[in-house]
Write a protein that binds this ligand. Sequence first.
Ligand SMILES: [Zn+2]
Length: 264
Amino acid sequence: MPELPDVEVFKKYMDSTALHQNIEKVHVLDGAILGKVSPRTLQNHLKEREFTGTERQGKYIFGKTDADEWVVFHFGMTGFFKYYKDDSEQPGHTRVLIDFSNGYHLSYDCQRKLGLVDLIDDIQKFIEEKELGIDAFSDQMDKDRFFDLIKNRRGSIKSALMNQKLISGIGNVYSDEILFHAKFHPAAEIRNLSESDIGRIYNQMRKVLQTAIDSQVDPADMPSSFLLPNRDEDGECPICDGTIRKSTISGRSSYFCEKHQQKN
Ligand SMILES: [Zn+2]
């Protein structure tokens, strides 16, 4: 499932391909993916417009048009973008297709239809409606802010990291990765964590997100100390001689090292 680093890579991809190109036509191949907007409204509002920039918050991308509207993209479990020229390159589960006057197309592909495409006029209002927390990678998310958000929560640190209303962008895979490097068990209880423990988790959160983005979220380009390319039950821990275990925590399949991650 695309999480913050994946979506940041999609954002950069959109920035480097689809901006400042005249939109000739929009095809909605599956209206089930749309939010409140109708296929006709989306088509009419984007025709003869162009994208002028993008924003990201958590797992959402907002593409701004020169009519000061925003197209929202969420990638659900399986979504991605593809920008291409030759029709034979159209991905097999394209739900929305944007044709540009330069002959190129931007496909929003989402095999399992759990994503979202919508048209909005106000990002802030959208964020409030979705009750999205501060983005985990934004400048506003400094160590003090992180500590204030986490300190009085009940339950496990993994469930707090994945709570989009608290901190937006982190899901199952990157919460495991952060806790793997911070050396806490995913089920570690927040009430047993000190301020310095939470500071350590914050530092690893920023570092893991930056590293994943820098490696274009390709596991083959991630450091060998990363859990992500080693998410195998009973596999060898890449940083100690422990064994990787899998367990259901906060309703998700969680991977951790049984040796170096403290349960507290
Ligand atoms: Zn280990």
